[in-house]
Ligand binder design. Structure first.
Ligand code: 26Y
Length: 816
């Protein structure tokens, strides 16, 4: 491999400037004097991409040369966020680019703001995949991410008259300089048709075919040297004229079918907690896994001349059940194309696959109707039946289980509409199944997968989620990064987050507390300026910033946050002269477009914000702000500015949460329930440094068992009753008094009313501590000091050791 002259040695500002101008002129064809900021960004992204391309190519060479066992991370979502600043920081080029732009009379920060925020994911699961890619590269793990290059990502949220409006997200409109098109990397993906079972193996005669074409995005490691690919598939009408209608001469209907297929990669399903069951979604899932599995096999056969070594060479990880069709797809290829016997193919699959579960909530568990699958993927359904038969006859029955047990563990759910249970298939085929936080993994074994845990106890494990400190400190909060560099003696913490625990010995130092308070204040000012500019709302950076930002969902209980806001409002009006701690309540998040309760919650927040912000009696003691269009880039702005992190889901419902980690890492204190990773955050920071409230999982279950009745709580707490009545009777929606009646008077599935009093009490503790800045900032520092465990580097090390058995590229294997 040759080294480009201008890359080695590391470019200085002059070289960077020349490169940017060169890209502008010769790649984009734009005269510098006509260039818009977006043009400059694209030129700079090409220049930055060049600088990581060599690492990207040489990483591939190393993997080939040493035949590195590789993990393929299959995910329907990758919520990468902006690439540009991250790549400059990871390659230590920020300074050079900043200087180069200065010489061009431009400002790097302004140019970076031009970048679209690719939102190819919904929320936690997609962002986790992105943090994992960053850690995989940084830890030099041989890894490839596979996803879909949706033309439209997560919708853009606008708020009009308090209501969410969804607009298409045109993230590709200004070009995507960060990705390489790979027109030669294409695989046919087939759908429909018939299965001819008169042969063995049976012959699938598909009705339609579409090409999956690859785009590669470079995922640069922090510290250079290594870069891994994220391979995203798009759908292209193929030049495959072998399909029935072409053969019969019906050119036009055939083209019509092809056009319909091109929509496969068009849009991300904006649903994050209810399975949808639509045919297009099933097609998308199959499109992803078929292209990816074909590619994985092609890569394997470049290194080895036999398919039989696949399990030594390859680990495939399933990010939730969305890519589970990879299992029957690999079976199909091994049996139909390589003529392996079923048992042998199955044994290979069980070595290759592993699966992460991200939810226990039954509404989010994917099931596909047998009828739909028979239509769309007849050969795969046939294979699933065979897997199920093999499992029941060879694994379950010999252990003496009864018919009732067999009915429960069968991949096929019997009933009016027979359904394929994708989670069951994932568990049966995988050698490891993990949950994403300790409490979640324990509940997974004791509830959702209890029957399977009896069959395969050693299969289940936990890998607590983590977040990348590169994006969530270095990119999002540069002032905090400088603070940490200074007090930890360099930037080693960025790749060894446990170094943060050295802060523990500094937490009582008043100067350091003040210095951190200044870092926090600066971030609050920056956010306040954004809110002023974008929303024309004035907030006071000296107030306590109380933040809940995440998808809007009943189980996350944004409406309980609202109950507290209204309660506080009432208290202030009752007792206006008390010494109230001013607070700004900041919320943001998207509601699935078909999820009415979540949309009502957004509207309620906005109605209350309008009402309270305009009530002069509360002066500046409460401000409520709903920031529209929550995204990764907004999270980067908001999280550094938070004093208080709201993690208030009903215990047992939030599998892990990851923003809880990002907030604590940025020195916010958590108010939260004993749910998800909050439990482990509590263990790491100590009970004095976190506000825990609410019922435990056991108490929640007892309440459910005894027939939970919300009025047991409302009727016994006059202040709560007042809040509920105000909202339900239109105090904040006088133009439509019953607007929120249903939202307040439903069956309260997530027990807001049961936890209300304990929440309000915890909020009083928050005020009390905030009024003692020394104690508050000490607690904030303790939080940061003990976040080392929550680095996604630690999560990835756990996966490599416990699940994938993958070794990183060693020092010796790196080129000199
Ligand atoms: C089936 C389809 C509609 C669907 C699509 C996306 C179902 C679920 C999802 C997304 C789920 C998700 O984001 N789960 C979150 O995963 C995070 C990472 O593990 C967890 O921290 C978080 O608690 C969990 O809700």
């Amino acid at each position: 491999l040759t080294t480009y002259d201008y890359i080695n040695p590391k470019p200085d500002a002059e070289l960077v400037r020349k490169s940017i101008v060169y890209k502008l002129i010769f790649i984009l064809g734009i005269d510098p004097k006509d260039a818009t900021p977006a043009d400059w960004l694209n030129a700079a992204m090409f220049a930055a991409r060049d600088l990581s391309t060599e690492n990207f190519l040489s990483t591939r060479q190393i993997h080939e040369k040493f035949k590195k066992r590789t993990v393929y991370y299959l995910s329907m979502e990758f919520l990468m966020g902006r690439a540009f600043t991250n790549s400059l920081i990871n390659q230590d080029l920020y300074g050079a680019f900043e200087q180069a732009f200065k010489e061009l009379g431009l400002n790097l920060a302004d140019i970076s703001e031009q970048e679209a925020d690719p939102a190819l994911g919904n929320g936690g699961l997609g962002r986790l995949a992105a943090c994992f890619l960053d850690s995989l590269a940084t830890l030099r793990v041989p890894a490839v991410g596979y996803g879909i290059r949706y033309q439209y990502g997560m919708f853009k949220q606008e708020i009009v008259d308090g209501k969410q409006i969804e607009k298409p997200d045109l993230w590709l409109d200004n070009g995507m300089a960060w990705q390489f098109a790979r027109p030669a990397k294409r695989f046919p993906v087939s759908f429909g048709g018939t299965l001819d079972t008169s042969h063995y193996p049976p012959r699938w005669k598909p009705a339609e075919q579409i090409n999956a074409v690859a785009y590669d995005e470079i995922v640069p490691a922090f510290g250079g040297q290594i870069a891994n690919p994220l391979r995203l598939w798009t759908a292209h009408t193929g030049d495959l004229f072998n399909l029935a209608s072409f053969n019969e001469g019906d050119y036009f209907s055939s083209m019509e079918a092809q056009m319909k297929n091109e929509t496969i990669a068009n849009v991300l399903y904006p649903n994050d907690a209810t399975a949808v069951g639509r045919e297009l979604r099933l097609k998308q899932e199959y499109f992803l896994v078929s292209a990816s599995v074909q590619d994985i096999i092609a890569r394997h056969l470049c290194r080895y001349d036999s398919i039989h070594t696949l399990p030594e060479d390859v680990a495939i990880h399933l990010n939730d059940t969305h890519p589970v069709l990879a299992i029957p797809e690999l079976m199909r290829i091994l049996i139909d194309d390589y003529y392996l016997p079923f048992d042998q193919a199955w044994a290979m699959c069980q070595k290759i696959f592993s699966y992460t579960n991200h939810t226990l909530m039954s509404e989010a568990l994917e099931k596909w109707s047998v009828d739909m699958m028979a239509q769309l993927l007849p050969r795969h359904l046939d294979i699933i039946y065979k897997i199920n038969h093999h499992f029941i006859e060879n694994v379950v029955r010999p252990q003496g289980y009864d018919d009732d047990f067999i009915r429960r563990v069968s991949i096929i759910e019997e009933g009016e509409q027979r359904q394929v249970r994708m989670a069951w298939l994932a568990v049966i085929a995988s050698h490891k199944v993990n949950g994403v936080a300790k409490i979640h993994s324990d509940l997974m074994v004791s509830s959702l997968f209890a029957d399977f845990a009896a069959l395969f106890p050693e299969r289940f494990t936990n890998v607590t989620n983590g977040v990348t400190p590169r994006r969530w400190i270095a990119v999002a909060n540069p002032k905090l990064a400088r603070f940490l560099d200074k007090h930890l003696g360099g930037s080693g913490w960025l790749t060894d987050l446990n170094q943060l625990n050295q802060l523990n010995k500094l937490v009582d130092n008043k100067d350091i507390q003040n210095e951190f308070a200044n870092v926090k204040h600066a971030a609050k000012v920056r956010l306040a300026e954004y809110i002023q500019r974008e929303m024309n709302i004035t907030i006071n950076p000296n107030a306590l910033f109380d933040v809940q930002i995440k998808r809007i969902h009943a189980y996350k209980r944004q409406s309980m946050n609202v109950l507290h806001i209204v309660h506080r409002y009432n208290q202030i009006l009752n007792n206006p002269n008390a010494d109230w701690q001013p607070r700004v309540f900041i919320l943001a998040g998207k509601a699935a477009s078909s999820y009415n309760e979540a949309k009502q919650t957004i509207r309620l927040i906005n109605d209350i914000a309008y009402f309270i912000n305009h009530d002069e009696r509360v002066r500046d003691l409460i401000k409520v702000v709903f920031i529209p269009n929550y995204s990764v880039s907004l999270a980067e702005l908001i999280i550094p500015a938070a004093d208080l992190s709201e993690q208030i889901s009903l215990a047992g419902k939030e599998a892990s949460g990851t923003s809880n980690m990002k907030f604590a890492l940025n020195g916010a204190l958590t108010i939260g329930t004993l749910d998800g990773a909050n439990v482990e955050i509590l263990q790491h920071v100590g009970a004095e440094n976190i506000f825990i409230f609410g019922n435990t999982v056991e108490q929640v279950q007892t309440l459910y068992r005894n027939g939970y009745n919300p009025y047991d709580f409302i009727d016994n707490d006059p202040e709560l009753a007042q809040v509920v009545n105000q909202i339900a009777q239109g105090a904040f929606s006088p133009d439509e008094p019953h607007r929120y009646h249903k939202l307040m008077h439903n069956r309260d599935e997530f027990q807001r009313y049961a936890d209300f009093r304990s929440y309000v009490n915890a909020q009083a503790q928050v005020d009390k501590l905030y009024r003692q800045p020394e104690k508050w900032y000490r607690a904030a520092l303790v939080n940061m000091a003990n976040m080392g465990y929550f680095s996604s580097d630690r999560s990835i090390e756990d996966y490599c050791r416990e699940i994938w058995r993958i070794e990183p590229v060693s020092e010796q294997e790196l080129p000199r």
